[in-house]
Design a binder for this molecule. Structure first.
Ligand SMILES: NC(=O)c1ccc[n+]([C@@H]2O[C@H](COP(=O)([O-])OP(=O)(O)OC[C@H]3O[C@@H](n4cnc5c(N)ncnc54)[C@H](O)[C@@H]3O)[C@@H](O)[C@H]2O)c1
Length: 378
């Protein structure tokens, strides 16, 4: 598929989202089929760079990794590429240490620029490398999954997992530039691509009712991976996440918590169903539906809201219910209690009040939570 993809006949029209973070402000550039022109944009944002260390997901090393490597090649510049095994297991202390050693071997110095080519795993890992090697290197992200394009490449959270705790060790480290090419989504397994739309729908529910309506009108285009719809949806998603991140860069004011809509339930579903049964976005889609039902039971939204959200998720091909054999309610409740975001043992949920608006609600009765889960079991 990669080899036979069509070149776009016209000059690329970029969408640009600026993430405003004082001296850490950076641009996200979004378009379809432009990675082979990345070099000039890289030069414009980074200036003269003599050494690029490209950290690439092994499964796309020969495709997108090579495109990026060739696009960045310049006389007087060395581009070294390291292929990192695909998958969550690479977000480890061992892998991080191997990359540090590799950089040392490549004589990387403080002027080296790290380029991450891959999904959220590579972005989180390479970002942590960039934030730590020689106390900080400049960093460019080329996210190649929908999830990484709309979520993990915006906001500067980087990190690795401990054996018993996901994303437990990391640093906030903002990239200098993010390059999103929606053509990369053509090689992504369809299930991975669809899974990423859960986060896109989430932005509509939590922050932008008009965006939610836009998505409702574009479900056929979404399923067909229509380029202009995908570019528009990614642009708005990045804009909305960037607004939240700009107002609460380090999750100190609580505002950034709205991004966790559906995630308390979703993380518990991921943990109890066994990692790998659900992709992240699929678990979040079910989690959003449980949160919507919970909000309805607490009198915060109408039944119509619950049905609208369910219809959009379903039309895109995302799940909204949990099969009975995976619905172990005591295990789900206990997983929610151990979620990093639980404050002093009290369950808190991000719940909608209307389309485009959510609030953080504490002290929720566990019977209401159980009833919301049960309503989403089939
Ligand atoms: N930093 C943040 O703010 C943040 C936010 C959300 C999620 N995350 C993290 O992101 C990670 C999940 O990201 P993800 O869903 O992108 O997973 P991923 O990076 O594992 O990529 C998913 C799969 O797609 C493959 N792949 C990547 N790009 C491809 C392409 N263009 N064509 C074909 N295959 C491709 C990968 O090899 C992998 O098998 C998790 O570790 C999560 O913790 C971080």
């Amino acid at each position: 598929l990669y080899l036979f993809r069509q070149r776009s006949p016209v000059l690329t029209n970029y969408e640009t989202v600026r993430v405003a973070l004082e001296e850490r402000t950076y641009d996200i550039q979004i378009a379809h089929d432009w990675l082979d022109q990345l070099g000039s944009d890289f030069d414009a944002h980074l200036g003269t760079v003599e050494h690029v260390a490209c950290i690439c997901d092994a499964s796309i090393r020969e495709s997108w990794g090579q495109t990026v490597g060739q696009a960045l090649a310049r006389p007087g510049r060395r581009v070294d590429t390291l292929a990192v095994p695909s998958g969550e297991a690479s977000k480890s202390v061992e892998q991080l240490s191997q990359i540090w050693e590799w950089l040392l071997h490549q004589r990387a110095d403080r002027k080296t620029v790290i380029v991450a080519v891959g999904g959220g795993v590579i972005g989180d890992l390479a970002g942590m490398v960039a934030g730590t090697y020689t106390r900080g290197l400049r960093f460019v992200q080329v996210p190649t999954t929908l999830l990484s394009q709309v979520d993990s490449s915006v906001g500067g959270k980087t990190g690795i997992n401990l054996p018993a705790a996901k994303n437990m060790v990391g640093v906030f480290w903002q990239p200098s530039f993010v390059a999103i090419d929606t053509a990369t989504l053509a090689t992504l397994p369809p299930r991975e691509r669809i899974s990423g739309w859960a986060e896109v729908v989430k932005y509509g529910v939590i922050l932008d009712a008009d965006f939610f309506s836009f998505l409702e009108g574009k479900t056929l285009e979404i399923v067909a991976n229509d380029a202009s719809t995908v570019v528009a949806a990614i642009r708005r998603s990045c804009e909305l996440k960037a607004q939240v991140v700009s107002a609460d860069e380090r999750e100190t004011t609580g505002l950034r918590a709205v991004l966790n809509y559906g995630h308390t339930f979703g993380h518990a579903i991921e943990a109890t169903s066994g990692y790998g049964v659900y992709l992240h976005g699929e678990a979040i889609a079910i989690g959003m539906q449980m949160a919507a039902v919970l909000a309805h039971r607490l009198g915060r939204v109408t039944q119509e809201f619950v049905i609208r959200q369910c219809s959009l998720l379903t039309a895109i091909g995302l799940p909204t219910t949990l099969p009975a054999d995976l619905a172990d309610i005591p295990a789900l409740l206990s997983a929610m209690q151990s979620d990093k975001k639980v404050a002093y043992g009290k369950l808190r949920f991000v719940l909608p009040t209307k389309m485009g608006h959510v609030e953080l609600v504490g002290n929720i009765d566990s019977q209401a939570v159980i009833a919301a889960i049960e309503a989403c079991v089939n």
